[in-house]
Design a binder for this molecule. Sequence first.
Ligand code: ADP
Length: 670
Amino acid sequence: MALVRKTPRLGPADAPRRVAARRSARRAPTLDLRAYQVVIDAISDMVSVVSDDEVYWLVNDAWCRQTGVRRDDAIGRSVAEVLPGSITQRRRDTLNRTLRSGRVSVLRDAFDRGGVKQYLETIYSPVAEAVQGRRCVLLVTRDVTAEATALAAMLAGQTQTRALLDAFPGYIAACDEDHRYTYVNERLAQVLGRPLSELIGALRSEVLPPEHAASSVREAERALQGEQSISERHYAASAQRERLDLELRHVAGPEMADGRRSYYMFGVDITERKLAQEAAVAAKDEAERANRAKSRFLSLMSHELRTPMNAILGFAQLLLSDPAHPLSTEQQQHAGEILRGGRHLLSLINDVLDLSRIETGRLAITLAPVALLPLVEECLALMEPLARERPVHLKLGDRQTLQCQVQADPLRLRQALLNLLSNAIKYNRADGDVTVDARLLGEMVELRVIDTGIGITPDQVGRLFVAFERLGARRSGVEGTGIGLALSRHLVRAMGGEIGVDSALDSGSTFWIRLPRGARSGDPAAFAPVAAPPPGPARVERRRVLYVEDNRVNALLMHAMLARLPGVELEHVEDPIDAIERARATPPALLLLDIELPGIDGFELLKRLREHEHTRHIPAIAVSASAQPADIHRALKAGFSAYLTKPLDLTELLQAVQSHLRTQRSTQAG
Ligand code: ADP
């Protein structure tokens, strides 16, 4: 822009002339700059041309409007004269800098306009040509108050957001799609162990520990694909930091200004939760270990107790049933007490073992349709001796409703029912009744044991099924352990059923077991197959039985028991290796093998006997103090044809030996 100033400038001494000269001088540039004036008046920003001596050469309409100064009063006058408040040192410096450098400068100023802040932005552009020997600057000034206020508010907002995110009790980062940090809150910077200035712009793979970098990037990629990504991160304790566990969430963020994608990472401190979980797992492990130790101890004790119990119960049975040497009435009573006490001890061992198996979740339950009537009849028959002692009358209810099947484990149902029956007898009055019946309840069958005994008060019912709870029965002198009902409830529940009682004091109790129906009542399939009657006594014939047992008392007992079977000749061998030789040399008709033997156990002994042609086909019965179902199962699988547990039941032993000898004879005959 070429600006022409027609009149020469006057010195300070020529004051009166100067004003007149200025008037004419002011007119001169206005005329010369008329062409420019039209253009710059069309501009809404304030425009002025100021010379290096700070005199106005040109102003536009917007300038006049904003400053309230008429054009004529400005042109040819100094800025200090026209707008004394607007000339600041910064403005002066900027003007001089623009003139000196010949480059454009921008200045933003704030003015106080009656208590209201006004922001002005002025662009200083040097005018290429000197005007009448003076260098000039074109000033374009814009009111940017609105913009500046918005920016200030935004910056204040950002500061607040930053403060908020830093104060947030979590870990926050924002990254671009190249996995460079664009934001990290202070808490996370501390964990990462680097100052914020180093983190912003750094790649996550450069910052994160190598073991976390790859997985973090993978999770971020998933988030960028729009998938939800949650993971956990463990930072081990170090000299700088305590252990830290984080739950991390990677979430897709908005598109960035340059069009690239972004994502956020939020971390929540879950160290407390992890510590609690670990403590719970450790406690559970410890409890399980203790439980396993308890079970091992119980099973060992049960084995150790069974061996002497074998002698106590075995000899008591022999004494009581020896036709050759009948006992006096008093002796019979004494031997009977030995037997009763021993059996009580044995049932206690069994119950405690069952309870411990339930607690450790190792009680095996095999569900199958079970015919109720035969099972009830069998249990009633077993309870008959106890009922006679009392005396209490055992009765069977409606046979028709009992002729159905339930879904149960027959062994365990029998155990629960026997317990209810023995209680109904024990806690009855003399000459009382015990009735067993059943009724259908939709898809369930309710088996009931109804007694006419002492009854139970409502407040006692809550404690009834608690282990070792006897509700004061200890004082009554009735024998018991307080385990039966607790065990029965566990068993019935394990079979998918429920057990309970309806009772009132002095008017008897009705204990019930509800189980799912096995088949429809009246359905022919619901009836249990009738067991074949036991075959009649065998003919007297000499048969040799080889018994391998390292315990002399057990051997003595076996001798005495088998002496009841005419024609059976027992040979006892203590050492299993000797037994193999004996059996090969003179094969016996039946083998009775203890399992826990010195050198090789009963399983190995059977295996070796099976390898030799002379002993391959001899039936073998395991005789062991281990009574766990798993042991029995293993023995039958290994080829034993029966498994008898110590303490031996005389009748059971004799029946087993007899039936095996009979089978053997018929096989040989065939
Ligand atoms: P136990 O009979 O060995 O004591 P149970 O667990 O079988 O243990 O029974 C717990 C307690 O419940 C018994 O001690 C007795 O006080 C009470 N109880 C059980 N059955 C009956 C019943 N039919 N009538 C009255 N009380 C009973």
